[in-house]
Design a binder for this molecule. Sequence first.
Ligand SMILES: [Zn+2]
Length: 42
Amino acid sequence: MSEFETYTCDSCTEEFSAHPSSNAAANTYCSPACETDGKGLR
Ligand SMILES: [Zn+2]
């Protein structure tokens, strides 16, 4: 029933669930903090 899929975070390599249409799925980061890290913005 769940439309969520499992992705692996590009930054911390943890698996997380996200809806395929969500920003998290598009960027494959589990959180905004990881997105910042993953893009080398720290
Ligand atoms: Zn992460």
